[in-house]
Ligand binder design. Structure first.
Ligand code: MEV
Length: 309
C-alpha cells in the first residue's frame, strides 16, 4: 500500500509560483493507492466513484484520465498493465494538495508494483508532470511535499530544504465550504502581477521575508512569533484578493478562541484556513469554536522529518 499525504502551506502560496520561497508542512491525511496486474490499465478512485482508462476523455474525469496517462508514460511501454485503486482521504479543491497526493500515491504504487526504487524527492520531481495536467503552472511545492512530508522550505528549481522544528506545530484546519480552482486563482494572481509588477512584486518580496523569519521562529519553537507572521501573511494575500468573507470569519474565530495566528492555505478564493495553536489541547478548543462555521475541521500536528539544515 502506497501513501502520500496532503500539505498545508504555512507561508508563501502564490509567491512561490513567482520564484519566491514557501514554507510548507505535510499533513497526516492523504491518499492510499495499490497497483495490481490486470488485462488493461485502469484507475479507480474512491470515494469519488471514478473508474477510468488513461488517455483523452471528455467531461468529468477528463483531467484525471489525462493525468493517469501522463503517470503511466513515466514507465517503459512493455511493462505489465495495472489496475490502480486509490482511496482519497482529503477534500478536493480545498488547498490541501489533494491532486498532488493522488498523483504521488499512484506513482508510488506503480513503482512498488514494478520493483522500482525511487527516493521521495525524485518521486516528487517526476510527479510534477501529473500536477501540470491539473494546474497549468504549478510551482511544484504540492507534489514535493506530498512525496517528502515534514516541514520544509521550497523554492522552484532548488532542492527541498527540510526544517528542524524545536516543537511540533499543532494546527487546526477548517474548510470554508467554498471550493476553488488552483488553476484559476494562479492565473488571477499572475494577471495582477503582469498589470502591476511593482506593487505585486513588493508584496511577494514581503511574503519572502515572512518565510525567512518564520523559518527561524519554527527552528526556535517560538509559536507566538510564527502565529504573528501567519497573520501578516494573511494580510498580504488579502491584498491579492485571495481571501473571502468566510475565510476572514474563520481566521477571526480561531484567533478569538486562542490561536496564535491564522491564515488561508493554498490557492485561496475559498478552501481551507489554518490556525496555529500552542498545544493539541488548545487546538481542540479552537476546533470546537470553528466547527459551527466550517464544513470540515481537522487537527494536525506537523513535525520535522529527515535531515535538517
Ligand atoms: C497551491 O497549493 C499553492 C499555489 O502557490 C500554487 C502552486 O504553488 O503551484 C497557489
Amino acid at each position: 500500500m502506497a501513501f502520500a499525504g496532503g500539505k498545508v502551506i504555512l507561508f508563501g502560496e502564490h509567491a512561490v509560483v513567482h520564484q519566491r520561497p514557501a514554507l510548507a508542512a505535510g499533513i497526516s491525511i492523504g491518499v492510499e493507492a495499490t497497483a495490481t496486474e490486470a488485462d488493461a490499465d485502469r484507475l479507480t478512485a474512491d470515494p469519488w466513484g471514478v473508474d477510468l482508462a488513461p488517455g483523452e476523455a471528455e467531461g468529468q474525469g477528463a483531467d484525471l484520465a489525462r493525468a493517469f496517462a501522463t503517470a503511466l508514460a513515466l514507465y517503459p511501454g512493455d511493462r505489465p498493465r495495472f489496475h490502480v485503486h486509490a482511496k482519497v482521504g482529503i477534500p478536493g479543491g480545498a488547498g490541501l494538495g489533494c491532486s498532488a497526493a493522488l498523483g504521488v500515491a499512484i506513482i508510488h504504487a506503480l513503482d512498488d508494483a514494478m520493483g522500482i526504487e525511487r527516493e521521495p524527492e525524485a518521486r516528487g520531481e517526476v510527479s510534477l508532470a501529473w500536477e501540470k495536467v491539473f494546474h497549468g503552472n504549478p510551482s511544484g511545492v504540492d507534489n514535493m511535499m506530498a512525496a517528502v512530508g515534514g516541514i520544509a522550505v521550497y523554492r522552484r528549481g532548488e532542492p527541498l530544504e527540510p526544517i528542524l522544528a524545536r516543537k511540533s506545530l499543532p494546527l487546526v484546519i477548517a474548510h470554508s465550504g467554498e471550493s476553488s480552482s488552483t488553476k484559476e486563482m494562479v492565473s488571477m494572481v499572475t494577471r495582477q502581477y503582469e498589470r502591476e509588477p511593482e506593487r505585486v512584486g513588493e508584496l511577494f518580496d514581503g511574503i519572502a521575508a515572512l518565510v525567512r523569519n518564520a523559518k527561524l521562529a519554527i527552528k526556535d519553537g517560538d509559536h507566538k512569533a510564527v502565529g504573528q507572521l501567519m497573520d501578516m501573511n494573511q494580510a498580504l494575500v488579502s491584498g491579492l484578493m485571495l481571501s473571502t468573507e468566510k475565510l476572514e470569519r474563520l481566521c477571526k474565530v480561531a484567533r478569538e478562541a486562542g490561536a496564535h495566528g491564522a491564515k488561508l492555505t493554498g490557492a485561496g478564493g475559498g478552501g481551507c484556513m489554518i490556525a496555529l495553536c500552542d498545544s493539541t489541547e488548545a487546538a481542540k478548543d479552537v476546533e470546537s469554536a470553528l466547527a459551527p462555521h466550517a464544513s470540515f475541521t481537522a487537527i494536525t500536528e506537523t513535525r520535522s522529518r529527515g535531515r535538517a539544515q
